[in-house]
Design a protein around this ligand. Structure first.
Ligand code: ARG
Length: 463
């Protein structure tokens, strides 16, 4: 009865249908079909190199695996739940196509090392895509920054106007975040793309396998050191889930800003129609739903990390079936990260920045107050004192509905009474918002020279 299962030898009764449905992974692991077939071809070729199979047998297996691949890609292959997973579905179909020799493919291999190999390749391939998409986004940020080097807006701390910054500087802050993400992805990819094949069930095999050959054929960076670790380790998935969480966190912070900026009370940006939606009742509405959904999906991506961490925490060595649950959170995160990075790039390229509105906002927030305090310091007043005088100047201007630069020299000198300084015309140059930005050319500052340096460095890195 249970003979139809590749592992059915010791079973007398069939599996209950309910159990089959409960334990299957076919509903999600078929996504790894390419990696599974590549891995099997490499394994077959290695078995022939080592004299465990004949060259003809390996050739037949590889041709058969290509035929299965073709059937999968043309939608002809019917996945069977009773065959549990992608591995047994492919092997069973292979044997139907090539006959008895198909049963030799699994020599010296277990699904325990096979599923790890597949997921390691799948994770590595996904991470490579993430890096490309993150770089595209960095490119878009750099392009938009380059166009907007002369545009200023209020830089905030505590979500309150603080000091003027250039829009380019603000956008490039995100570019550096995503650059760190790319670096994290690349490091994680190095650890993911290590071959576990040869670990077999948990203890290695008695066959004279050559794991390095499999790793070389699959363009991997190395092979496992310990067979028990090899089949139990899912650190690389966790790292990928973490890298994905940080990417989403960065995207979500940017989304939050875009949502504020699109609010008519700010009107710093217009989102393109393609990236906004309307309301079913309020005809005037143009909602930043894309940014909100991205912010929302971030929660699910964090959840995926917690999901796998929790699955792993109680597992003794080595393989436990719990581990089958590793793919679900990763595949979900993978889809979210890839689509989010790509949509953010498009959305960013479609944004119309409102320089007029941003500059108007500078006037409202006393963003040049630090400039005035620093000016007083140049006149010999200790900074703490200068801070105090400036605070009084702000209160004085605020009561009159004015900005600092609207005060007269007489006002300024009056505010400095008793300090033995003379405020002169040059104060208005210092109070100018553009001057404030231009004077911040220290390394990493918002000044145009610094911003240009950032742009050059990023473009150079992008290549
Ligand atoms: N579908 C399984 C997984 O993804 C494959 C490994 C099954 N191994 C086993 N000993 N039952 O983890």
């Amino acid at each position: 009865m249970a003979k139809e299962k590749p592992w059915g030898g010791r079973f007398k009764e069939s599996t209950s249908k309910e159990v089959e449905a409960y334990t299957e992974s076919i509903s999600f692991d078929t996504k790894m079909y390419k990696q599974d077939i590549m891995g099997s071809k490499a394994h077959a070729a290695m078995l022939a190199e080592q004299g465990i199979l004949t060259d003809d047998e390996a050739k037949t297996l590889c041709k058969g695996l290509d035929a299965v691949l073709e059937e999968i890609e043309s939608g002809k292959l019917v996945w069977k739940q009773e065959l549990e997973d992608v591995h047994m579905n492919i092997e069973t179909r292979l044997t139907e196509i090539v006959g008895e020799v198909g049963k030799k493919l699994h020599t010296g291999r277990s699904r325990n090392d096979q599923c790890c190999l597949d997921l390691r390749l799948y994770t590595s391939d996904a991470l490579r895509n993430w890096a490309v998409l993150a770089k595209n986004l960095i490119k878009a940020l750099a392009d938009r920054a380059e166009e907007n080097q002369g545009v200023l807006l209020p830089g905030c701390t505590h979500m309150q106007p603080a000091q003027p910054v250039s829009l380019a500087h603000h956008l490039l802050a995100y570019a550096w975040m995503f650059k760190r993400d790319v670096e994290r992805i690349e490091q994680c990819e190095k650890r993911a793309r290590i071959s576990p094949l040869g670990a077999a069930a948990l203890a290695g095999t008695t066959y004279n396998l050559n794991p390095q050959s499999v790793a070389d054929q699959l363009d991997m960076y190395g092979i496992f050191k310990n067979s028990m670790d090899a089949v139990a380790d899912r650190d690389y998935v966790l790292e990928a889930l973490f890298a994905g969480s940080v990417i989403m966190m960065h995207l979500s912070r940017f989304c939050e800003e875009l949502i504020w900026w699109a609010n008519p009370q700010f009107s710093f940006i217009y989102l393109s129609d393609a990236h906004s939606t309307g309301s079913s009742i309020m005809p005037q509405k143009k909602n930043p739903d894309v940014a909100e959904i991205m912010r929302g999906k971030t929660g699910r991506v964090y959840g995926n990390l917690m999901n796998l961490l929790t699955t792993l925490k109680g597992l003794p060595l080595t393989y436990n079936r719990d581990l089958q649950e590793d793919k679900i959170p990763f595949m979900d995160t993978d889809k979210t990260v890839q689509t989010s990075l790509s949509i953010m790039e498009d959305m960013l390229r479609g944004i119309r920045f409102r320089a007029d509105r941003m500059e108007k906002a500078l006037k409202a927030g006393f963003l040049n107050a630090t400039e005035f305090a620093d000016y007083l310091v140049t006149k010999g007043i200790p900074f703490r004192e200068a801070h105090h005088i400036t605070g009084r100047a702000v209160a004085f201007a605020e009561e009159r509905g004015l900005a600092l630069e609207d005060l007269s020299l007489e006002d300024f000198n009056h505010l400095c009474d008793g300090h033995n300084v003379e405020i002169t015309d040059d104060v208005y140059v210092i109070l100018d918002y553009f001057t404030a930005v231009k004077r911040r050319n220290v390394s990493g500052g918002t000044g145009p020279v610094s911003v240009k340096k950032q742009l050059d460095e990023l473009k150079n890195w992008l290549g």
